[in-house]
Each structure stands twice: as C-alpha cells, then as structure tokens.
Design a protein around this ligand. Structure first.
Ligand code: DC
Length: 433
C-alpha cells in the first residue's frame, strides 16, 4: 500500500510522514532528499545549476542509495559518500529547487521513486507524489500551512541543525515564498493538490494531531467474513475473556489478509483459543486430541477451527494438513516452542516453522501472549477464573525467496516475539514493533 504526502516545505511533511510510516510500520521515503542529493552532486562537480544541459548531462553518473529506509537512522549516499547532513544546507535547498524544474531530472527521480515503491508498503513524501508518481496511491494527503508558520518552523529546524546559522526568520520566509513560487509555477509537475487528495492545514495542529488524522483516514483492511457459528462463539469468548481476564489486543494494524502462519509463545492451554479470538478473521490451529474432551474448552476449540493431533501422529500428515490450509489463503496458529513452557518463559524454538514457511511461501505473523500462564499454568488441573491477559501482534515477517536461508525465519520470529514481549513489559506505548 502506498500513502502519499505532498505539500510545500515547512508544513511538517517529513516529520508527519515519518510518524505515519512508523505507526503503520511502512517504509518512508523523503523524495525531496533525492532532489537534494542530486543537487549536492551538481554542486560538487562545480556545474552551474542554471545550465540545464550541463546539469542533465550529470544524470547518468548519479549514484544514489538510501540505507535503512524502515529504520530511524536513515542515511543518504551519493557516489558512495554519506551526504545526509550536507544536503540540508540552504545552498542545497536553493539548488534543488532550481534543478527540479528540468524534465530529465524529474524523469530520473520519478523512476527511482517508483522502483522504491514497487511491492512495498510505504509513505512517500514530496511535491508530486499524488499527482504524478503514484497516481493510484490508496491514500493521498496534501498538507498546507501559512507561509509565516512554515518559516517559523523551518527557522527552528535550521537553528537546531546549524547552531551558527546566519539567516534570520525574515530571510527564511523570503526563501520559502520564492521556493513556493518556483515549485508551483514550474511547467513540469508543479506543486499542486491531487484531485483525490485530502487537504490538511497544519498551521494550528501539532505533529501528533496530524499523524492521528492521517491514521484515521487509512482504509480498514477487509478480512474474509466469519461463518455465523464461528462469529457467535468468537464474540461470546471475547466477551468472556474481556470480562474475566481484561483481555487487551495490540498491534491489529499489523494484521494482513491472506495466508500466514501466526507464531506465538506457548505456556498454557488457553493460548489457542485466546489467540484465535484476538484475530480479526477465522484462523485454524492444531490441538491435542485429549483437549477435545475437556468440558467447555473442547466445545470452544471445536468451533474455533481446531484440528486434532494424535500423539505420535505421522508428521507428514500434519504438515500436509497445514500446507493445505495455507494454500487456501487461511491462517494457521503454530507454537514454535513445540510444547507449553514449564515456567512461563520463552523456550527455544523448533525448526519446523522454517520448513513450513519455505514450503508454503507465506508470511509469519508473530504474536506475544501475556498472562495465560498465570491463568492456567501446566501445574494446575483447572484454570483460574480471573486475571489479566494480553495479545500483541507484531509486524509480519515476509517470506523472501532470495534471502530466507533455512532456519532464518525461526530466528527472526523468535527475535520478533521477544521484542513484542519487551515492548509490552515496557508499558505498551505506541505501536508494537
Ligand atoms: O522537500 P524538500 O524541501 O526537501 O525538497 C527540496 C526541493 O526538491 C524542493 O524545492 C522541490 C524539489 N522536490 C520536487 O520538485 N519534487 C519532489 N517530489 C520533492 C522535492
């Protein structure tokens, strides 16, 4: 999914786009940085930025790289050199606005941007993202703010980055008005709001408020409809766990439609039903045959798509059953530890998960379950009827043909579940990793 955020500089675009990407766990691309990076090369080569032919002649030599587009330490490289800081100078601001009017420059930048955006969930921030580069983006935002507010923001930002800044706020306002004019009057992809973009005036809004507004505009994912009986039991069980165990569910924004193995820590018989009713669609899981004889639990799991596993059952039969479900775009819960933990702590993971994911070529949806060990530990015959349970979903781990070495998925899943646990124990603030 692509989210575009366009608008003039000083509207808080970069900070907002970064925040939105973080909340959604999307990659983030600041396309102004790409024009700035090319402007840096123009300056370094001593080319006059008003000489269109000479500037365009530099394009084939432009080697641009972004390291860590999903993380917070994003760095920009031109010809292998880290230019992240240098491209923020006023000189580069000026040159980038000048060279951005040249059609060949825009063509190359648009190519780079579309390549970055292929097959990925990303937030793209710039001037023409919604009007030219990603005309089919699912969500388009156009940010504005008065020139005076923008100048004040840019002044604060520059003062922070360059304490020895020689410009004052009035110089910056003049600069902003000049750049607005160049950006919106140019013939090639002028700065304008796409017809289907949503306008947000950020003059009197905080960054957090703008981010929240955009998150609210995100389309709700549509999941396959539940069967009536499943939905009924699902809702009743949710009510029960909410009332008696104060069930809280986090990270549903990480949940995607389609086949996936939902991998979680395992320390109680309650884990399969609790995890199932925390998912926004029907899921499947394997359960010991003996569990089907436990009063209430047996009834519950029967309706919640559990598949009985006999002790000593042939592994190949099980594997085929799971692969069949995944091939039908269903989700299957697996507990990679293999058995319930004896002390509630996360134990070592078995490697079977990797094999299944490689075969099914599906993603892993990591989840951390908290509180079920206290509610029903291994040492007790019956569960307690009160307590606190939470389920935390993390960012999906996509299966990638070239990079997934056998065993790699298991390590990544284990690390993801540990990170979810740490996030929850640290106070569950923001969106889970
Ligand atoms: O967003 P910024 O100030 O970092 O962008 C620097 C310049 O790059 C800006 O003056 C216009 C140009 N630009 C553009 O023309 N198209 C984009 N998508 C992004 C930036």
């Amino acid at each position: 999914m692509i989210v575009t955020i366009d608008g003039p500089s000083g509207t808080g675009k970069s900070t907002v786009a970064k925040g939105v990407a973080k909340r959604l766990n999307f990659a983030f691309f600041d396309t102004g940085a790409m024009y700035r990076a090319f402007a840096w090369l123009v300056l370094r080569e001593g080319v006059d930025s008003s000489d269109q032919t000479k500037v365009e002649a530099l394009l084939p030599a432009f080697q641009f790289e972004i390291r860590d587009p999903k993380g917070c330490e994003r760095r920009y490289f031109v010809q292998g050199r880290d230019v992240s800081r240098e491209i923020r100078s006023q000189m580069i601001s000026h040159i980038s606005s000048q060279i951005a009017v040249y059609p060949a420059v825009r063509q190359v930048m648009v190519g780079i941007q579309r390549k970055f955006g292929a097959d990925t969930d990303a937030v793209f921030e710039g001037r023409d993202m919604g009007t030219v580069v990603f005309t089919h983006a699912e969500v388009k935002i156009f940010l504005t703010a008065t020139a005076a507010v923008r100048a004040a923001r840019r002044y604060r930002e520059l003062q922070h980055k360059f304490p020895d800044l020689s410009m004052n706020q009035a110089d910056i306002l003049k600069d902003i008005e000049e750049r607005d004019k160049t950006d919106s009057m140019r013939k090639e992809s002028p700065l304008r709001q796409a017809e289907d973009a949503i306008l947000i005036d950020t003059s009197s809004l905080s960054v957090e408020e703008v981010i929240e507004k955009i998150i609210q505009l995100m389309p709700q994912q549509s999941f396959p409809k539940m069967r009536t009986i499943y939905r009924l039991v699902y809702l009743l069980a949710r009510l029960y766990f909410r009332c008696f165990f104060r069930l809280r569910i986090y990270g549903l924004n990480h949940f995607r439609p389609g086949a996936a193995v939902i991998a979680a820590n395992h320390c109680s018989f309650l884990d399969p039903p609790v995890l199932s009713i925390s998912c926004p669609e029907e899921v499947h899981f394997l359960a010991k045959k003996s569990l089907f004889d436990v009063p209430f639990l047996g009834f519950l799991i029967r309706i919640l798509n559990s598949h009985p596993v006999k002790r000593g059952a042939a592994d190949s039969q099980l594997v085929h059953g799971i692969l069949d479900l995944l091939a039908q775009d269903k989700k299957v819960i697996l507990f990679p530890e293999g058995a319930r933990s004896k002390n509630g702590e996360l134990g070592p993971f078995e490697r079977g998960l990797s094999f299944l994911v490689q075969k099914a070529r599906c993603r892993v949806q990591p989840a951390y379950i908290h509180g079920t060990f206290d509610a029903w530990p291994r040492t007790q015959k019956m569960p307690k009827f009160k307590g606190r349970i939470a389920v935390v979903f993390g960012a999906p781990i996509e299966w990638e043909e070239e990079t997934d070495q056998p065993g790699q998925i298991v390590l990544r899943t284990e690390a993801a579940i540990r990170a979810l646990k740490a996030w929850f124990l640290a106070g569950a603030r923001g969106s889970p990793p």
